[in-house]
Ligand binder design. Structure first.
Ligand code: BTN
Length: 322
């Protein structure tokens, strides 16, 4: 695919109104060709409007991912840990892309962000809705020498730093739902998907995948209650990416030593369901109880008939009991 669409998009990104002939002149293409590119952008969910006789406009503009805007806002610690920053226009899934990098021997510190995912993956076999230029789709690679046991609780710890990043940008309502959903109020604003590779008892790697709904189109079809950060007009998408990366890389580089115990109190501080009646759902079975926080390994502590029980595992989901 030629990159002319990207030039068209960049011209419209500021939100300014531009005529088809002005765009065409700049690119040396016909007005019809401009219209074809605009239609392509619209198909990807980019809100470019055709104004009768007055050209095109992208309401509110769009902030494309920028290498400079991300790296210039990253903390010194994270800058040192970053090996490569991969900015992708379209990809099936940033997690798959990152896995390929690991398989090609690229190791830890590969950070991948995409404008759009065509096959974004969520937990429990769900699809992660990933329209162009709207949200954060981020995957980061890391390596551990000691086998997958050191990664116990890692996905919850990642939830803590994502929640901290969102709060640091001024959104104090951000919270967590076990194991690692990021919520605004009762609605999901972000999710985390870890994928592990390598030797379960020796050198192994992890891809940490993070999706954050930044400005989801209002007509998005998502099979669970969702939220985005769109109402917070001062936020920048590149700034949010930089803040998350700045917290995530240092977390990964120290996790083998610190483990989840270093994050447990913070996780419980962000817990949106503590003390509430909840249901755990796993392969069709439901267990009801009262959420009592998490253990040192990231298992949920559930009070069932007066007795505390621990549950962990990737296939469990939690709901508030009605
Ligand atoms: C969840 O279901 O809560 C996890 C969602 C994880 C989505 C992110 S977006 C970036 C990365 N690439 C994927 O395909 N999935 C993760």
């Amino acid at each position: 695919m030629s990159d002319t669409w990207k030039t068209v998009l960049n011209l419209l990104a500021s939100g300014e109104r531009l005529s088809g002939s002005a765009i065409g002149e700049q690119l040396g293409i016909s007005r019809t060709a401009v219209w074809k590119h605009v239609r392509q952008l619209q198909e990807w969910g980019i809100p470019v409007r055709k104004l009768r006789g007055q050209g095109y406009q992208m309401e509110g503009g769009i902030e494309l991912l920028s290498h400079d805007r991300i790296t210039s806002r990253m903390s010194p610690d994270a800058t040192e840990l970053l090996r490569n920053l991969h900015l992708l226009d379209h990809i099936d899934s940033t997690n798959s892309y990152a896995k390929n990098l690991i398989e090609a021997g690229r190791g830890a510190g590969q950070v991948c962000l995409a404008e759009r995912q065509t096959q974004g993956r969520g937990r429990l076999g769900r699809t992660w809705v990933s329209p162009f230029g709207r949200n954060i789709y981020l995957s980061v690679t890391w390596e551990f020498d000691q086998g997958i046991a050191v990664m116990e609780g890692l996905s919850l710890a990642v939830g803590v730093v994502v929640c901290r990043a969102i709060r640091e940008l001024g959104i104090q309502e951000a919270g967590l739902k076990w194991p690692n959903d990021i919520l605004l109020g009762d609605r999901k604003v972000g999710g985390i998907l870890l994928e592990m590779l390598g030797d379960p008892v020796g050198p192994c790697q992890v891809v940490v995948g993070i999706g954050i709904n930044f400005a989801m189109p209002t007509d998005a079809v998502i099979d669970q209650p969702w939220a985005d950060l769109g109402g917070y007009a001062t936020l920048s998408r590149n700034g949010l990416a930089a803040t998350v990366i700045s917290k995530l890389l240092p977390l990964l580089s120290t996790y083998a030593d610190l483990g989840f115990t270093a994050y447990r109190d913070a996780w419980e501080g962000f817990d949106t369901h503590r003390g509430e009646s909840v249901c755990l759902i796993s392969s069709g079975k439901t267990i009801s109880g009262i959420a009592r926080g998490v253990s040192d390994t990231g298992a949920i502590r559930l009070e069932v008939d007066g007795e505390e029980k621990y549950f962990s595992g990737g296939e469990i989901s939690l709901r508030r009991a009605h």
